[in-house]
Structure formats: C-alpha cells, structure tokens
Design a binder for this molecule. Structure first.
Ligand SMILES: Nc1ncnc2c1ncn2[C@@H]1O[C@H](COP(=O)(O)OP(=O)(O)OP(=O)(O)O)[C@@H](O)[C@H]1O
Ligand SMILES: [Mg+2]
Length: 341
C-alpha cells in the first residue's frame, strides 16, 4: 500500500500536465513539478497558501473556488503572461474524499494556440497577396474600358501588365496549393529512386533561358558517382528550381551561379551559390518563413510572393533533410540542401 502511494506520488509529480491540489479551504496541499516550473515557485514555499496568494493567478483561483462551491467539474481555458506566456486548458474537479478539496490539471495548449494563430495569419496573408494583383488588374481593365482601349500608345502596355499580374496570381495559387499538399502530406506520392544529378540537370535546363537573359553563367559541378536517393523527384526538382530561380533573381546582370552536388560524411549535399546581392544577418533567419521577403517591392516586381523557400523547407522536411543559408550583404549567398545518406 505504502509503495503504491509512493508510486502515485512520483507519477503525479512528474506528469507533463500541471497538477495542483487544494483542501476544502482552498489551501494548496500538492503542486507538481510542472506547476513549479510554470509559475516559478517551489512546492514547500506555496504549501498551505491559497492559490491566489501562492501563484498569483486569479483565473485558476476562481476556478478552484467554483469547484469547492458547486462540487462539479469545471473546464476553462486560461492564459498567463507571467512568469511565462502560456495557454492552458484547466480542468478542475472535486477531490473524492471526505472534506473535499480540488484537483486542478493544467494541460499546456500553448503550441496548439500558436499554430491556430499562425494559420489565421496565413489566411490573412494569402488574402492580402491575392488582392494586390487583382486590384491592379481591375484598375487596368477599368482604364481600358474608360477609353484607353482606343489609345494606341498605351493599350498594349496595359494588356501586358494585366497578363503579368494574372501570371503572378496563377503562380501564387500554385505555390499555396503546393504548400498545403506538403503540409497535409496528402497526394504527394510514394518515395522512389531519384538521381539528384539528373534532377539538377533538368532544373538548370529549365532556368537556362532566364539566366541567359541576365547574362548569368550557371556552372554545374556534380561529383562523378551517382547520387541516388529515395525521395519525391518532382518535389526535389521544384525545390532546386526555386533555389536557382532565387539565385538568378537576386543576382545582378553578368553575375555567377554555381550548383554543386557532393558527398560529405555519408550525406548528400546540394549547394547553390550566387554572386548576388546577399542577405543581411538581420533578415537571414527569417527567409524560410512563409511570405517573408527582404524587399517586398523588388520581389513582387520579379513575380515573387515569398513562398519559394518555405516550400523548399517543407520538401527537405519530408526527406528528413535540411536546408540552410549563408550570406553576407553584397557578397552573394549559398543555400545548402542536405539529404541523409
Ligand atoms: N539567393 C538569394 N539572394 C538574395 N536574397 C535571397 C536569395 N534567395 C532568397 N532571398 C530573399 O529571401 C526572400 C524569400 O525567398 P523566397 O524564394 O521564399 O521568396 P521569393 O523569391 O520572394 O518569391 P517566390 O515565392 O516566387 O519564390 C526573397 O524575397 C529574397 O528577399
Ligand atoms: Mg523565390
């Protein structure tokens, strides 16, 4: 019996959920490690004190008081901002013994709430990004309808602008669909043998025309032996194409882009290096976030929406690999894909 009690206490103490028990007067009789950690207190210093006094949280104190009064279980979401910022689902029930008391379990839902906020921000960003080109298209159409259609000097220019914005819209929608596919891990197909050297050739061919227009030379150096991995060929192709596309977009005319593929410590590395404008240390950690662009106007002018690198990151996650970036302003950038052996 004693052993079992000891075990129950150890389990209670080490639970990931916070556990707080009070007697019928609302005075704390037990607080586990999670409670100690979240509220920056120790059990001995708060034992015998009321919740209000001990952890200075009115919401939890009210919850416990309500349970003592009604003898019914109550569930409530609670947000705290001190000593840490966190969200909890608190479940308080009457203790089943003479005299009563309350057992309150705090389930940490901070990550969940963060994810929800992230999702609604994403939706807001998407709407904003869709609206910008649509507004431009509508303005040009209105101007054409208002008479510019007969204006030989400008009508073609306006139509070209409409086409450009429509193309941007299409690629934005494609990127959003790609991201949701990768996130839900649905319809992404089966892993199969992928030869990275072939994929790199294919991506370099696709981008060759664009590179030529900017007089940028693309140099490929893939070590001789085959780079076979298990993966999703189409998605890896798109990831590499995104990196090459960025390398060309953010490098001035006459610059250089190098793509190389080699083995290191059993891992397979794909490097895309450019001699372009570079990225300052302040922006570098954020470029893989969705919709993040260092220079919004410049990127939009190039048809970019800031989803390219977010897609690359997702693709690498799916392959248990990583993507990283090194750069200095004005001194080019290097993006590295690492595939596990
Ligand atoms: N090689 C690079 N050199 C300099 N800046 C870069 C480079 N690659 C990415 N960036 C910066 O990181 C930002 C995010 O890149 P990302 O590819 O995600 O979006 P994008 O190129 O703007 O749009 P798109 O969705 O069409 O790819 C870019 O807007 C740019 O500011
Ligand atoms: Mg891009």
């Amino acid at each position: 019996m004693f052993e079992l009690q000891g075990l129950a206490e150890v389990v209670l103490k080490s639970m990931a959920e916070g556990v707080l028990v009070t007697d019928e007067d609302g005075k704390i009789v037990l607080a586990n490690l999670a409670v100690e950690r979240v509220f920056s207190v120790t059990e001995p210093e708060i034992k015998g004190k009321t919740i209000r006094l001990a952890i200075r949280n009115n919401e939890i104190a009210d919850l416990a008081a309500e349970v003592i009064k009604t003898k019914k279980t109550v569930e409530r979401e609670i947000s705290i901002i001190f000593p840490v910022e966190a969200d909890f689902l608190a479940l308080a029930s009457p203790v089943q013994r003479e005299g009563g008391g309350v057992v309150c379990v705090l389930h940490d839902i901070t990550q969940l709430r963060k994810l929800e906020r992230f999702r609604s921000e994403f939706a807001a960003n998407i709407s904003h990004e869709l609206k910008t080109p649509l507004t431009s298209i509508r303005n040009y159409v209105e101007t054409l309808l208002a008479g510019a259609l007969k204006d030989e000097k400008h009508n073609l220019e306006f139509l070209n602008k409409i086409e450009k914005h429509a193309l941007n819209l299409s690629s934005l929608i494609e990127d959003i669909l790609e991201i949701s596919k990768l996130e839900s891990r649905q319809q992404i197909g089966q892993f199969s043998r992928v030869d990275l050297a072939v994929v790199i050739d294919h991506a370099a061919e696709t981008i060759a025309e664009k590179a030529k227009k900017k007089k940028i030379a693309i140099q490929k150096t893939c070590e001789k032996d085959a780079f076979l991995i298990q993966g999703l060929g189409d998605h890896i192709y798109r990831a590499i194409l995104n990196l090459l596309d960025n390398a060309i977009n953010y490098t001035n005319e006459g610059g250089r882009v190098e793509i190389s593929c080699y083995r290191n410590d059993g891992q397979i590395i794909v490097n895309v290096k450019d001699s372009g404008i570079g990225i300052t240390a302040e922006h570098l950690p954020r470029i893989f976030e969705r919709f993040y662009r260092v220079d919004k106007a410049r990127s939009r002018e190039l048809g970019g929406t800031g989803l390219g690198l977010a897609i690359v990151k997702h693709v690498m996650n799916l392959h248990n690999g990583t993507v990283s970036a090194e750069s200095k302003e004005g001194q080019g950038s290097t993006f590295t894909l690492t595939f596990p052996a």
